[in-house]
Ligand binder design. Sequence first.
Ligand code: SAM
Length: 260
Amino acid sequence: MKFNPKKSLGQNFLTDKNILKKIVDVGNISEKDKILEIGPGTGNLTTYIIESEPKHIIVVEKDIELIKILERKFKKEIQIVNEDVLKLTQDFYYDKFIVYGNLPYNISTKILSNWCLNKEIKFKKLILMFQKEVADRIVAKVNTKNYSRITILANWKFNIRKIFDISPECFFPKPKIESTLLEFIPKKKIIDIDNPKNLEKITKILFSQRRKMVKKKFIQLFENFSALSKKTNIKLTDRPQNISVDKFLMLVKEYENQSN
Ligand code: SAM
């Protein structure tokens, strides 16, 4: 069946068999594991996931044309869901899945931040591919230019490891950019906040002017901004990229205390 890849859905299919196999191996799948694959496309990665013989596989694909291809290819071997991953409710994440996804580039940050901000979803681990530039931001260290909102959201919830870069040659059609595979393991203990929306809000406000000192934003957000600066050891002359993940969470806690 002839299929024309759609740019609007980020359809660059991974065709390098060696890389596909290596990606699946990162999951260390056992017969007890349940797998959720986001954006299976024509099922290239799915084929190798099936070979690892997990207990159950669910794939979520938005493109109805691809759904037909997947149904023909895999029949009843896997559960195929025709849905937009951004519209899945938390009820859908009913198990501690191992999640695989060669994510569509245009919404990869959105998918990851939705998962980070949802307190109810529990994963076993995630093995996700991003465009390299986004992956560099996710694993960035504090005080570097790549340190961003997504660094804070993701590192709040997960221990993250870079696995490897993947060259454009491994895909069809060939993307213009390099890709990177990351592994996310949920942290056993995370700093608890009442509402993750507050973390989203504080990071959004502070990073809206990432080159500016935080003083003006602190005055806007916190009643006792001066005392808070001393307590958290954040200088009012710092830029947002100088504030560690844990300190951002201290700020959220403070924000929640003053709003209660
Ligand atoms: N996993 C396949 C592979 O590696 O060859 C395809 C990866 S391709 C980069 C991204 C896939 O995500 C495409 O199949 C695309 O149709 C699907 N997709 C795009 N937007 C989506 C969405 N909002 N929800 C679910 N799937 C989506």
